[in-house]
Design a protein around this ligand. Structure first.
Ligand code: TYM
Length: 332
């Protein structure tokens, strides 16, 4: 079975609809006929300052959410990045293969460091995509299910894999991004041309999976649209309506053209009201399940430990090859 790997940062109390529709839903689906590795990227999280207590809580909340949405520990290795030390170890070697200028071109670094002022950004934030390449390459996956914002990091990953393979010996598989066009970039509800984002969106622009469902319904009903009346998918002219149609279609399984027909002649209020109901129906059981899982931390940490053992076995074997090829002396 082809391997898949992906990760998510534990940097918020809840995942949001961008995470879910852009990536996590594909994680759940791909479990069926792939060999999956899914992890919580706590090493990446500390590239910006985190409160230790909050980070630990959010990591467990992330695990609970992944299980609640259907990641099955019997099928998937689900683990915490810091529990598999090979990520950081391979990250170092890839740092040494990456050009400074090459790392500088990463647009996420440019955006995030511009916000803090470049001098204040950590070196970890700069090498963030290189650690991400290590995360991926260690498992030699075929596919990496992510949203559009990760595409550039995957290109760097492929470049580094290629470079290592040609400098030393073929070691890494060149992974393919698995990005579903329809949901690759879920928009902010208030600024629909921008992506829904835990760091950039205002609270009203983002639907959190663990929010009170009533709050989420209200956010949908107050989403920014346009001064027209027609319900039509048109990203240029109607980014707000198009974003709502995208979310509606993804949650209901109805193709966008079917929805356009269904809402022909109806007002924006009707679309928003129905979508709000759909969101409530989705998040209510999800939230209950997550809160239930969070009550049993011993279970969560045991699942994560088992995941780290499975992942660690694969990661260790890859790193051993890498060390040997780079020219490190093996311990006796
Ligand atoms: P993160 O934690 O920011 O986001 C997790 C996943 O959610 C996707 N996503 C979106 N998709 C569509 N529309 C949106 N508005 C939206 N917002 C977020 C992201 O594309 C991502 O797939 N660098 C990664 C974490 C990571 C990783 C890895 C991923 C670390 N190592 C190795 C894959 C493989 C990140 O920050 O994702």
């Amino acid at each position: 079975r082809p391997r898949v790997l992906s990760g998510i940062q534990p940097t918020a109390d809840s995942f949001h609809f961008g995470n879910y529709l852009g990536a996590l839903r594909q994680w759940v689906d791909l479990q069926q006929d792939h060999q999956p590795f899914f992890f919580i990227a706590d090493l990446h999280a500390i590239t910006v300052e985190q409160d230790p207590k909050v980070l630990r809580e959010r990591t467990l909340r992330a695990a609970a959410q992944l299980l609640a949405m259907g990641i099955d520990p019997a099928r998937s290795a689900i683990f915490v990045q810091s529990q598999v030390p090979e990520h950081a170890q391979l990250g170092w070697i890839l740092n040494c293969l990456t050009g400074f200028g090459e790392a500088r071109r990463m647009t996420q670094f440019k955006d995030k460091s511009a916000k803090q002022g470049e001098g204040a950004a950590s070196v970890g934030l700069f090498t963030y995509p290189i650690l991400q390449a290590a995360d991926i390459l260690l498992y030699r996956p075929h596919f990496v299910p992510v949203g559009e914002d990760q595409r550039q990091h995957l290109e760097l990953t492929r470049d580094l894999a290629q470079r290592f393979n040609s400098r030393y010996k073929k070691t890494f598989r060149l992974p393919e991004p698995y990005i579903l066009k329809a949901t690759a970039k879920i928009g902010d509800l208030q600024v629909p041309t921008a992506k829904m984002s835990k760091s950039a969106s205002s609270p009203n622009g983002i639907i959190e999976l663990l929010d009170d469902p009533k709050v989420s319904a209200k956010k949908i009903r107050s989403a920014v649209t346009d001064s027209g009346t027609e319900i039509r998918y048109d990203v240029e002219e109607k980014p707000g309506i198009s974003n709502l149609l995208t979310i509606y279609s993804a949650l209901s399984g109805e193709p966008v053209p079917v929805l356009e027909e269904q809402y022909a002649g109806k007002g924006y209020g009707a679309l928003k009201g129905d979508l709000a109901d759909l969101v409530v129906t989705f998040v209510t059981p999800f939230r209950d399940k997550t809160l239930e899982l969070l009550d049993d931390q011993a279970y969560l940490t045991a699942v994560l430990q088992k995941g780290a053992e499975t992942a660690g076995g694969v990661a260790e074997a890859t790193l051993r090859d890498v060390y040997q090829r780079v020219g490190f002396v093996a311990p006796a």
